[in-house]
Design a protein around this ligand. Structure first.
Ligand code: ADP
Length: 533
């Protein structure tokens, strides 16, 4: 295949520099905010690539980042893959004991680190002697480690003019995700998979992204390639706002109203916080600019979707994905077909609570424990299998979950789902979160959706408690709204119309704060440990 026909990232991500050269990327770093036009972003990437090549970085090499969402990380997002090397954004919230084994697998030659994390570098370097250079991103307050300054590399290096014409199946990134057992897992994204994912994000019935949008990328660039949003905006010429590390809901609202953000993407825990702040101080923030938000990575509640729509006129687009699939699998905008346009407002909330249809190029199936296909009737559930254009072929190293990648190209996601006769997939649970009571399965997610809808509840997680008689019983761990109260009897009576009584929790524990994982999702492992289960 002629190189010009290959799916290579450099054919895509410098498009903004040519179609919207004056449009800007706004970077809100602790040292102050700055703006760069997409033309400048393109030039910065070429110079950073020149600098990294000067350090000896070549095709196939890996460059790890420990960094937040800012213009310097964006430089690396463009420069490293286009140069033929692989970018490896590492979760900054992980401990050294989690990070070091990951770097031991990927053998990154260069480590690029946000200045605010300078004190983390020494201990990591001592355990990772294969790292040859540390690049400091932003003001650096870190002890005895010798570093090369990112801004000097960008300022002083000779820009790369032509990019290498790689095979489209060449790796462009390494993404590591936390595993609950067996340690972190790493997959490789290729130029081909990321180009296709990015093109799909640009579809109208996905996020309705366009060059007219101002996109706030809240989802960390160290998690699942930032859902490829940096690439989608670099393809379309949208304005991109990068909020760095402080993701407090009030600050997010300040940024949205100040920068007139039209769309943003984050996990539901962040959006719940944003909704609560908006509701608690009506009129403080002008969010009339915000047209739609993407909520992905965990299940949103109908109450959240309804709250944004009915009280603030903001559409929630529900998305499902996972690191192993580059990472977006489905999107559920309020309306994509003529049939959906005719739905009643309440039916539309149910429709948006469902994770949605696979993006073009992906297929979803469900199967029972014997491997038989489960019908797509919207109610029967089964293990969710995904296959298609950007599903990774496997992990880079041995892992107990490796067998989830089947030889026929299908990935067993570990999720339990139903699919309806319009191809809409609803996540019903994670396999490991299902509760088995008296031999019957109880979906923690169905209970969480219903309990999360109760006005007294700010956030909820339902987990299993070991039970001598039934095997397991559901426990509702609840954070209540200020001044609200809720007893287990009230909870059971509120839910009795939608669940059988054996499915309902018989234990409610009020907690002050919901523990969160390093990616901002509810941390059920910690909750279970607290219960001794
Ligand atoms: P981690 O394992 O660190 O959470 P991932 O982001 O890769 O990393 O997690 C993917 C998993 O997150 C999915 O397999 C699924 O269980 C869950 N998930 C993602 N999106 C949704 C969603 N919309 N609804 C329910 N669960 C979701």
């Amino acid at each position: 295949m002629h190189p010009t026909r290959r799916l290579l990232l450099h054919h895509l991500v410098f498009r903004a520099a040519s179609i919207a050269p004056e449009e800007t990327v706004v970077s809100l770093t602790p040292e102050g905010s700055c703006e760069h036009s997409w033309r400048e972003v393109g030039q910065r990437a070429r110079r950073l690539a020149g600098g990294l090549a000067g350090l000896g970085l070549g095709e196939g090499d890996a460059v790890a980042t420990l960094a937040f969402n800012d213009h310097r990380h964006l430089d690396a997002y463009l420069a490293v893959p286009c140069l033929g090397a692989r970018l490896h954004p590492v979760n900054t919230r992980w401990s050294d004991d989690e990070i070091v084994p990951v770097l031991a697998h990927t053998r990154d030659r260069i480590l690029m680190v946000d200045g605010g994390l300078a004190d983390r570098v020494g201990p990591i370097l001592r355990r990772c002697p294969w790292i040859e250079h540390v690049v400091s991103m932003g003001p650096w307050a870190g002890g005895d480690v010798s570093t090369i300054d990112h801004d000097d590399l960008v300022g002083d290096s000779v820009p790369v003019e032509g990019w290498p014409e790689l095979e489209e199946t060449a790796g462009m990134a390494l993404c590591s995700t936390s595993g609950t057992t067996g340690g972190p897992k790493t997959v490789e994204y290729t130029h081909r998979s990321t180009c296709l994912q990015t093109m799909a994000l640009g579809l109208t019935d996905c996020m309705r992204l366009s060059g007219g949008d101002t996109v706030l990328a809240i989802v960390p660039m160290f998690h699942a390639m930032g859902w490829c949003l940096p690439y989608a905006t670099a393809m379309l010429g949208s304005r991109l706002v990068l909020p760095h590390r402080d993701l407090d809901p009030m600050r997010i609202l300040d940024v949205i109203s100040e920068h007139r953000v039209t769309t943003a993407a984050a996990v539901p825990t962040i959006w719940n916080g944003v909704l609560a702040a908006l509701d608690s101080e009506p009129g403080r923030w002008d969010v009339s600019c915000l047209d739609r938000i993407v909520s992905g990575g965990a299940a949103p509640t109908p109450a959240m979707i309804r709250g944004f729509r009915d009280r603030h006129d903001i559409e929630v687009i529900h998305s499902w994905g996972m690191t192993e699939i580059n990472p977006v699998g489905t999107m559920s905008p309020a309306v994509t077909t003529r049939e959906e346009a005719a739905m009643s407002p309440e039916a539309r909330i149910d429709h948006q609570t469902v994770a949605g249809r696979p993006l073009p190029g992906l297929s979803l199936e469900i199967e029972d424990d014997e491997g038989r296909p489960v019908p797509h009737d919207g109610s029967e559930t089964g293990r969710l299998l995904v296959s298609g254009w950007w599903v990774a072929p496997g992990y880079l190293h041995d892992h107990p979950d490796a067998a989830r990648f089947r030889p026929d190209g299908r990935l067993d996601t570990g999720d339990v789902a139903s699919i309806d006769d319009r191809g809409r997939m609803a996540i019903r649970d994670r396999e490991k979160d299902l509760i088995k009571s008296g031999g019957e399965w109880i979906s923690s997610l169905d209970l969480e959706r219903a309990i999360g809808d109760l006005p007294a509840v700010a956030s909820v997680a339902v987990i299993a408690r070991p039970d001598e008689r039934w095997g397991e019983r559901p426990v509702a761990m609840v954070v209540l709204r200020e001044g609200a109260s809720l007893s287990i009897e009230e909870l059971r009576s509120e839910l009795s119309g939608s669940f059988q009584s054996w499915q309902l929790p018989d234990d409610l524990r009020e907690i002050e704060r919901m523990p969160l994982t390093s990616t901002g999702k509810i941390d059920k492992k910690t909750l279970r440990a607290g219960l001794g289960s």
